[in-house]
Design a protein around this ligand. Structure first.
Ligand code: CMC
Length: 440
């Protein structure tokens, strides 16, 4: 299958660093889009110093050929192709192939890839019993992570050294089965019978079928709804070194298996500052709607550091401009709601909030714009996805990106375990005091 992009980076003039009166040269390099970097890998050996970068604001943790983001210009490209083109012309499955294998598939490659997804869509039948152990109140992200890990137990070969020969099938299995696990966990949480996948359905249609069909009546698959959800999956498919992808790479660097890495990715994604923001946005909009506020009270609270509140779906570590995914989703939101004739008051509230925030000096000065999560929940509501499943949808979408990053780690001949350093700020040397001598 298609080759992964080159990880080579041309060198530029070395940087000079002066420390305690001594000048050190540090190698520099540029990414293919011109982003310059200083390599500090040998800094400690040369100088005794480490670098400190809380929250990794300025740390490149790897070289990657998968996704390019220019946050200042609002650019996002998968394997060089602008997200806008993929959103308009591609599908989630085709984009998944592009991310994992580096190029758009030929017809034969696409047929083989989708065939593998279909062949691997069923969970091992014994997996059904694992779902029984969760209370109906369990969050589907907890179930998703646990079940991805549990399903790895059914494929003992997964733990072989690096697994390169079986990678294609493991990757297809994971992309396909994560959707089956997600739908089963939803059915279980509602006390509904499990619906098995149908071979005849394509990826996203099959997910909707497993979520909403009944044993006695198939769900009416409307093309607009299938397309809208497929777009949501596609727009979430990768986003370079975000919290969950960095987690996947971290776990992969220890040579853990693909399923273990994905399960860890799900846990990182769950938090409200990351993937959990899509659920938090709709909860925020519902709260505003219920209170009858026009949003101004909420904006005031989001600006007040003591309130503990943030305008969810706003701001991004990289984008200091519009998140291009948000622009696409906002437009899709208007179209899909119109086409399926849904009038959602939350969409009006979201638009009012966006306008108010974009005209407010607090948000303008900090360059806080709507991100992917600001409007995605409104589409998901419109197509019938329950609130607690929003982050799961993000997780299904992000799977190809995690797999592509896992593959990059697996194929890197110079790969080393990820192991950051720290600046210790705890107590100096002290000695053990026996219990009876300690003051109460
Ligand atoms: N509402 C109010 N203030 C905000 C917000 C917000 N949504 N986001 C950032 N700020 C403020 C923050 O308080 C800080 O102010 P100051 O400089 O006065 O201390 C400044 O903007 C910079 O924020 P930061 O926390 O240093 O930025 P970050 O890069 O560490 O965090 C973020 C990025 C996405 C976690 C943050 O913007 C946020 O919490 N947003 C809301 C949650 C959200 O929508 N998350 C989804 C992110 S996109 C999809 C994904 O990755 O999953």
């Amino acid at each position: 299958m298609g080759a992964i992009g080159s990880l080579k980076t041309p060198m530029i003039t070395p940087a000079k660093l002066e420390l305690d009166g001594q000048v050190y040269e540090l190698p520099t390099l540029r990414g293919t889009e011109g982003e310059p970097a200083v390599s500090i890998a040998a800094l400690r050996d040369k100088t005794g110093h480490i670098t400190l970068d809380d929250g990794y604001s300025n740390t490149g943790s790897c070289r990657s050929a998968i996704t390019f983001i220019d946050g200042e210009k609002g650019i996002l490209r998968y394997r060089g192709i602008p997200i806008e083109e993929l959103a308009e012309k591609s599908t989630f499955v085709e984009t998944a192939y592009l991310l994992i294998y580096g190029n758009l598939p030929t017809r034969a490659q696409f047929r083989a890839f989708s065939g593998m997804l279909t062949d691997n869509e069923n969970l091992h039948e014994d997996m059904k019993y694992h779902f029984e152990g969760f209370p109906s109140t369990a969050h589907p992200m907890a179930i998703l992570s646990a079940m991805i890990n549990a399903s790895s137990c059914f494929y003992p070969g997964l733990n072989g050294p690096r697994n390169a020969d079986r990678f294609d099938v493991h990757a297809a299995r994971l992309i396909s089965q994560v959707r089956t696990i997600a739908a089963f966990s939803y059915r279980k949480s509602r006390g509904l019978p499990i619906i098995y996948p149908k071979r005849a359905y394509k990826y996203t249609a099959n997910f909707l079928h497993m979520m909403f069909s009944d044993p006695y009546e198939d769900y009416n698959l409307q093309p607009e709804i299938v397309r809208a959800l497929d777009l949501i999956f596609l727009l979430h498919a990768d986003h370079e070194q975000n919290c969950s992808t960095a987690t996947v790479r971290m776990v992969a660097s220890s040579q853990a298996n693909l399923f273990a890495c994905a399960a860890a990715g799900v846990c990182a994604l769950w938090g409200p500052l990351h993937g959990g923001a899509n659920q938090a946005v709709v909860e925020m909009l519902q709260e505003i709607h219920k209170s009858g506020d026009d949003g101004s009270k909420f904006i005031a609270a989001a600006k007040d550091k003591n309130s503990g509140r943030r305008l969810m779906g706003f701001g991004h570590r990289l984008y200091k401009n519009y998140d291009p995914r948000a622009t696409i989703i906002r437009k899709a939101c208007d179209q899909i709601l119109k086409r399926i004739q849904v009038a959602d008051p939350l969409l009006d509230i979201a638009k009012r909030l966006e306008e108010a925030a974009l005209n407010d000096p607090y948000f303008v000065e900090r360059k806080l714009y709507p991100n992917v999560d600001f409007y995605s929940g409104i589409i998901m509501r419109a197509v019938g996805i329950p609130l607690e499943m929003f982050t799961v949808i993000f997780g299904i979408g992000r799977m190809p990106g995690w797999i592509a990053n896992f593959k990059e780690i697996m194929e890197d001949p110079k790969g080393r375990i990820y192991r950051p350093r720290q600046i210790y700020v705890g107590s100096g040397l002290r000695h053990y005091v026996p219990l009876e001598q300690r003051e109460q």
